[in-house]
Design a protein around this ligand. Structure first.
Ligand code: TRP
Ligand code: SF4
Length: 405
């Protein structure tokens, strides 16, 4: 079940800069971002430091990759009026939080993250026995916690990282959220909410503590979110008091699992740059048409009058993404009886892909011509992100006893 986020919840996601994006990214990630940006307070960032954890020896193309990716986000419809777009390395607070969290992170937690061994296996040609690579899921935790994100849209492979983030947050709150006079302070904070709200809070807290009522917990958390005149430390106390522990300085995020993309590549495998089977978001119509015209079909259909089997054909997988029932029936019928040729069969797919790409390509062209605009969008996003990040770090430093100057 999809976890429920509160209204206007902060949602954060990052993407490694790998250069220009393709239809696999669009169907797998970006369309989901477009939906989220209209529902939540979204923060989307270029995870350029994350790229270094595996590609530390290939930094020459990095800058170009960063800007290409941002242009593709904008071209796909990510809207800077709805979402804040920024670059990780421009907010050095991420690194400070990563460092501070590293102090309380048991090595075993990092060694047990599944991607650690998997990626080392997969990228055998690289030496990934580095400190940075081991710590990369913790850097991701810092990315998430620094914005106190409630929801983190990720693919299946990243869920373990969000889980680690929750454990780190819990450990941080446990170590730094405890105060000797916590209960008295929480009760005092409660008085500042006004009689009516305090009573409501107590009621909800009781329902959660005595009956495990998760909904009551969520309502109480939202109630605290709305208390404009509570000091941050008091809100943290009351958040922690709900569950009985201590102050909640870093709230635990939820993973919003992005359904696996059904977008196949030109050869029927998953669309991926490493398979060389992609259609780029900014590819011109002639190139796209050529790629689709020459893509493989059911290998048993050698001649026009050989019947084929759509189940063995990558073109059919594209029909499953792009075509309506009527067209699909036409394909099934025409293919299995040799009533249509493969070029006929591909035509509706070609048209659908071109129609999908046209507005994307047009928007991309505007941003390509106006690089200043792109830089300004990122500049503004960085400023807004930095404000939030700084505030969290102030709280973290204070909680850790590091706020001396
Ligand atoms: N690790 C993610 C990936 O490789 C990218 C990422 C970095 C991220 N920081 C994040 C995703 C924070 C979500 C939230 O795809
Ligand atoms: Fe594939 Fe269509 Fe040709 Fe059948 S007719 S083999 S589904 S391209």
């Amino acid at each position: 079940m999809e976890p429920s986020l509160s209204q206007n919840a902060r949602v954060l996601s990052g993407m490694r800069p790998t250069g220009r994006l393709h239809l696999g990214h669009y169907h797998g990630v970006l369309k989901n971002w477009l939906k989220l940006q209209s529902e939540y307070d979204c923060f989307f960032f270029v995870a350029d430091w994350h790229a270094l954890t595996t590609h530390y020896d290939e930094t020459a193309g990095l800058e170009q990759h960063v800007w290409d990716m941002v242009v593709d986000w904008l071209a796909a419809g990510v809207n800077p009026k709805l979402a804040r777009l920024f670059i990780q390395s421009r907010i050095p607070e991420h690194a400070e939080l990563h460092l501070l969290l590293s102090m309380i992170t048991p090595l075993g937690w990092l060694e047990r993250v599944p991607t650690y061994k998997d990626q080392q296996e997969k990228l055998k040609e690289k030496d990934l026995a580095t400190y940075g690579f081991l710590g990369y899921p913790l850097l991701q935790s810092a990315d998430i916690l620094i914005y106190k994100a409630e929801g983190v849209p990720v693919g299946e492979d990243q869920v373990a990282h969000v889980e680690l983030t929750r454990e780190i947050a819990r450990r941080f709150n446990h170590i730094y959220g405890r105060e000797p006079d916590f209960e008295q302070k929480a009760e005092a904070a409660l008085k500042k909410m006004g009689k009516k709200n305090a009573k409501l809070y107590k009621n909800l807290r009781k329902r959660f503590q005595e009956k495990g009522d998760e909904e009551a917990l969520a309502v109480a958390q939202a109630l605290l979110e709305d208390q404009q005149n509570l000091a941050i430390a008091d809100r943290e106390r009351l958040l922690g008091y709900l569950e009985g522990s201590g102050r909640v300085i870093l709230p635990e995020p939820q993973a919003l699992l992005t359904p696996a993309s059904r977008m196949p590549g030109l050869d029927g495998q998953k669309m991926s740059k490493s398979y060389g089977n992609t259609i780029g978001l900014r590819e011109d119509p002639e190139a796209v048409t050529r790629k689709l015209r020459t893509m493989p079909t059911d290998p048993a259909r050698v001649r026009r009058d050989d019947p084929g089997d759509p189940r063995k054909c990558p073109v059919w997988q594209l029909h499953e993404v792009y075509s309506d029932d009527h067209t699909r029936r036409w394909v099934q019928e025409g293919c299995t009886t040799a009533g249509i040729g493969c070029i006929d069969c591909k035509q509706p797919v070609i048209e659908a892909v071109l129609a999908e790409l046209q507005p994307i390509r047009e928007r991309a062209a505007e941003y390509e011509e106006n690089t200043n605009l792109v830089h300004n969008i990122i500049e503004e996003g960085c400023e807004q992100a930095r404000d939030v990040a700084r505030e969290t770090l102030n709280e973290v430093r204070y909680a850790m006893g590091l706020d001396y100057r």
